[in-house]
Design a protein around this ligand. Structure first.
Ligand code: AKG
Ligand code: FE2
Length: 310
């Protein structure tokens, strides 16, 4: 059983603002418990509704997301299953978890399974559908998650921008093409181009087993994230790799005992084999599809826009 207690390892802010890695977010025993319980629950994908066309298997708790239609299919306020309650509470109590918490927080937990050869295309989680923080808990196999700066669109006047936001919302409710980055609209961060210009174009983040990656602000809204399908992950040069607890300059030093998997891999190999990985994605839902239109959920009507303009 995963309980809502504080995590031992200290958080690691990454090179992109808003991205923070929490190593050892769950213990090996908690990891085994989550995997066992998830494997007893029904998966969708590979011919099974509600996402039969997906090759990757998923489980959707709290709300059901359709990849084909890119929307939350139905509102369902059933409590999260017992095996997810503790870890979800722990995520939503993190100091940088910005959405509201509590029973009306419209939480969704998505379980993703990646077998060797499976990944996730570059995308940004829609700001119209999902709230301002996304937590990703990595279980079993490590992987690299690559963040790439989204190229800015040409500046628009206010009426044009408003019209575009409306069009984006309409597109979200009708578009059936599941490829390509999701449309960004809603209450996403507004970033000063000068701030963005100083940030890296792309970084690869090494996600050790049992770590939680929290994505907020710039890292959530101004970058896409992706996991490759490669069976073998090759570590990029140290200056483009973000590794928890290991500064690029200390890669040739002996590994500290607390995170042997991170350092052993980094020090001994320039590559590693992907094995089965299960991730839990924690998000709040802002809008659901009702009669084929997107409608904002009540608890997000008063959400405030965060601006990174300084
Ligand atoms: O597997 C992960 O860690 C990320 C999943 C993800 O990006 C998503 O479901 O939108
Ligand atoms: Fe995502």
């Amino acid at each position: 059983m995963v309980t809502a207690q504080a995590t031992a390892a200290s958080p690691q802010p990454l090179a992109i603002p808003g991205l923070v890695l929490y190593p050892d977010f769950v213990t090996p025993v908690e990891q085994a418990d989550i995997i066992e319980q998830a494997d007893r629950a029904p998966w969708c994908g590979r011919g099974i509704a509600p996402n039969p066309e997906m090759h990757r298997r998923t489980q959707h708790y709290g709300f059901v997301f359709s990849y084909r239609h890119r929307k939350i299919l139905s509102e369902c306020h059933e409590p999260l299953p017992e095996f997810l309650a503790g870890v979800t509470e722990r995520v939503t109590q993190l100091p940088d978890w910005t959405p509201r918490t509590g029973p009306d927080a419209n939480l969704m937990v998505l379980v993703n399974e990646y077998n060797p050869g499976q990944g996730i295309m570059p995308h940004k989680d829609s700001s119209a559908i999902f709230g301002p923080a996304i937590g990703s808990l990595s279980l079993l196999s490590p992987c690299l998650m690559t963040f790439t700066k989204i190229k800015p669109k040409p500046m628009k006047s206010k009426p044009e921008a408003d019209a575009q936001a409306g069009a984006d919302m309409a597109r979200l409710s009708t578009d059936s093409n599941p490829t390509g980055p999701l449309v960004a609209c809603g209450e996403e961060v507004i970033v000063d181009p000068e701030v963005m210009a100083k940030l890296p174009d792309s970084i690869s983040v090494y996600l050790p087993p049992r770590s939680l990656l929290l994505m907020t602000g710039i890292g959530r809204d101004a970058y896409t994230h992706t996991i490759s399908k490669d069976m073998t992950e090759r570590l990029p040069p140290p200056d483009s790799l973000e590794i928890a607890d290991v500064a690029a300059s200390s890669l040739d030093k002996p590994s500290p005992p607390e995170h042997p998997s991170v350092n052993a891999l980094t020090l001994q190999k320039a590559q590693f084999e992907r094995e089965r990985r299960i991730s839990l994605t924690f998000r709040t839902v802002r809008a659901v599809a009702v009669d084929d239109k997107m409608e904002a959920l009540p608890s997000h009507r008063d959400a405030t826009t965060m601006a990174y303009t300084k």
